[in-house]
Design a protein around this ligand. Structure first.
Ligand code: IPD
Ligand code: CA
Ligand code: CA
Length: 274
């Protein structure tokens, strides 16, 4: 199949790809200005879920991103962590986390990023993850490969969890019984884990071959819509995250190199696709 045949018949996909890279970087730079003055931010605890925090930085960045995308593509739909969903009947739907790693952001840890994905006809198609602390923009378009800045990226060549580090994520949205047995199995199998507080960034690290895989017990679409494109385009494998109500309600997620994926999936068990 040629590359042209794999692309949807849609005008302005290249323009959307250019725009998502630009807007993600602009938003990340704005985020950095807030980050440098973070002592002045009023941090709120969201709803009933422990550890779920938000500040004006998250809200204002989402408004900024939404407006910049809508300037050029007013017909597109939008799902954002802070402002909710609109226009989901559109062929193109942007899925945005203005700051992924908010807890890190407000506590002065450098692992936070801006994540913007685009679904076309319900399929992950474009993604940009911008990390202003390290001047890294991870980006991908279906059929065109994955990159960090201008450099192509590939998933890790490691053939076993013993030969690399696995990213993990969990939250109080889903019970620890979905997490602790996985960690035990990972360690018993000679693997090692890392959790840096930003799921979007760790998924990008899988695409870049820095981590052999990433498992999260429950993740939201705004955390991983961009990452799904990055990992697929970097030669990796992703669980069927968008099944059921994945877009609005989230799901468990596993992404990994194709070689390591079955090993991690076995450690998680049937709850991954349940
Ligand atoms: C969270 C981070 C965290 C992950 C959670 C997310 P937020 O996003 O990605 O690493 O474990 O599932 O909710 O709240 O920092 O945008
Ligand atoms: Ca997030
Ligand atoms: Ca967020």
């Amino acid at each position: 199949m040629t590359q042209a045949e794999t692309l949807p018949r849609l005008d302005h996909l290249a323009a959307r790809y250019a725009l998502v890279r630009q807007v993600a970087m602009e938003a990340a730079r704005r985020g950095m200005t807030y980050y440098q003055q973070r002592e002045q931010l009023h941090v709120e605890h969201k709803g009933a879920v422990p550890q779920d925090v938000v500040s004006i930085a998250d809200r204002e960045l989402e408004v900024f991103i939404k407006a910049r995308l809508a300037e050029q593509f007013p017909e597109d739909g939008f799902v954002g962590e802070e402002g909710g969903a609109a226009g989901l009947q559109a062929r193109c739907v942007w899925v945005v986390d203005p700051i992924d790693g908010t807890s890190c952001f407000v506590n002065g840890l450098h692992t936070w990023c801006v994540s913007i994905g685009l679904l076309v006809d319900g399929q992950p198609w474009l993604g940009a993850v911008a990390d202003a602390n390290h001047n890294e923009l991870f980006h991908a378009c279906r059929g065109l490969g994955a990159y960090v800045n201008d450099t192509p990226i590939r998933v890790s060549p490691a053939a076993d969890i013993r030969y690399g580090v696995t990213g993990v994520g969990t939250s109080h949205r889903r019970g620890k019984e979905h997490f602790i047995p996985f960690l035990t199995g990972l360690l018993e199998g000679g693997g090692m884990f890392i959790r840096n507080g930003s799921g979007a960034l760790m998924i990008a690290y899988v695409a870049a071959g820095r981590l052999v895989g990433y498992y999260e017990t429950h993740i939201n679409s705004w955390d991983c819509a961009a990452g799904l494109v990055l990992v697929s385009e970097a030669g990796g494998r992703c669980s069927d995250f968008l099944r059921g109500d994945g877009l609005l309600g989230g799901n468990p997620l596993l992404v990994a190199s194709a070689q390591v994926y079955p090993q991690l999936a076995e450690l998680i068990g049937p709850s991954l696709e349940a």
